[in-house]
Write a protein that binds this ligand. Structure first.
Ligand code: PMP
Length: 355
């Protein structure tokens, strides 16, 4: 670090993204991307005409994209905020909604960026342990009077809270924003968007990176009360009004307008998830009841890190976290059936070698 960096950032522990090998030789099951390409209409939308238009700035209001999202989710466009990936929405939310005392609450085991944003903004974070079965106890989040962030389904466990549990959290924290991060909701979860008209403290955050096969386009959106959305716009216009590039705007709109394609792909992922869970159980793994496009698994015959390394030698990438409480687990993204069969076959071979 240089002598010029502000002291407050000197101990910042940045988020470490999963490996992104450039050579394409891996079966890549480590960062929860979709194994499927975007829909044909997305590919048509990102055409040479749009490339020619890159000389012009993008629409800072993202009007067309917002209208499409609003009509798919049955809300007004004033209830929609769009951003350069949902990480950007989380960033702004930690910046804007942690209250005058700068406080936030989230599960101890969850998306790693929540801790990073807390540190970045000097927020005092209360990190609540999960239950023994790795689920979130919604009762831990009642009457907190602090900014609350919950991933639902949670990452990396894939476990969900019910809408009635989320509603209890919303009812007892009326003076604070409750952000429900639904990055993985399209793989069998239940969206809290239906609660938006009832609770002005709810912000639901979603992404095009998983179910909509557009991780590389960087596009996320949030749905909430129009006043909260205005707050996010205020931060956006105070930092980077053109936060979404032209190609991503048209790709995102085409993806939303072609919803059937994506619902279909999510169905395949859910089927492949069932296959993977069953096969892992046959091989002696404990696997959580994931409703996301990944599974979270551990077993007694190999530790998490060794399994990760042995699979990497065989050109299969999964995600291992060194956090003490989950260090024996791995998170495995669900890919095509073919990829999952390759994964299972290799785990079988490793088991035979070990025993
Ligand atoms: N929330 C959760 C729970 C995630 O796992 C991720 C992906 N790493 C994100 C948000 C951010 O996704 P993106 O910025 O690609 O929209």
């Amino acid at each position: 670090m240089s002598k010029f960096l502000k002291k407050c950032y000197s101990s910042l522990e940045a988020y470490v993204p999963g490996e992104q090998p450039r050579d394409g030789e891996y079966v890549k099951l480590n960062t929860n991307e979709s194994p499927f390409p975007p829909s044909p209409s997305v590919i048509n939308a990102v055409n040479s005409g749009e490339v020619m238009n890159l000389r012009l700035y993008s629409d800072p209001t993202a009007k067309d994209l917002k209208n499409s999202i609003a009509s798919l989710y049955g809300v007004g466009s004033e209830n929609v905020y769009v951003a350069n990936g949902s990480d950007d929405i989380l960033n702004f939310s930690f910046m804007a909604f942690s209250g005058d005392k700068g406080e936030a609450v989230f599960p101890e085991i969850s998306y790693g960026f929540y801790k990073v944003f807390s540190e970045l903004y000097g927020i005092k974070s209360e990190q609540i342990p999960l239950k023994e079965d790795f689920s979130i106890d919604y009762k831990d989040y009642l009457n907190k009077n602090k900014f609350i962030v919950i991933a639902n389904p949670n990452a990396p466990t894939g476990l969900t809270l019910s809408l009635s549990e989320i509603e209890e959290i919303l009812k007892t924290n009326k003076d604070n924003v409750v952000l429900i991060d639904e990055a993985y909701v399209d793989f069998g979860g239940e969206s809290a968007v239906t609660l938006v008209p009832k609770y002005d403290n709810l912000l639901v955050c979603m992404t095009f990176s998983k179910s909509r096969c557009l991780a590389g386009a960087r596009l996320g959106f949030a749905i909430g009360n129009s006043e909260i959305i205005k707050d996010l716009e205020l931060i956006k216009y105070s930092t980077n009004p053109y936060n979404i590039n032209r190609l991503t705007l048209v790709a995102g709109k085409a993806a939303i307008d072609d919803n059937v394609y994506y619902v279909d792909r999510c169905k395949s992922i859910m089927e492949n998830r069932e296959y993977t869970i069953n096969e892992l159980k046959k091989l002696g793994f404990f696997v959580t009841d994931s409703k996301a496009n990944f599974v979270f698994a551990q077993c007694d015959w190999i530790d998490g890190e060794t399994l990760y390394k042995k699979l990497k030698e065989r050109k299969i990438l999964i995600r291992h976290f060194s956090t003490e409480k989950i260090k024996n687990f791995n998170r495995i993204t669900i890919g095509t059936l073919n990829q999952m069969e390759t994964f299972i076959e290799n785990v079988k071979n490793i088991k035979e070698e070990m025993i």
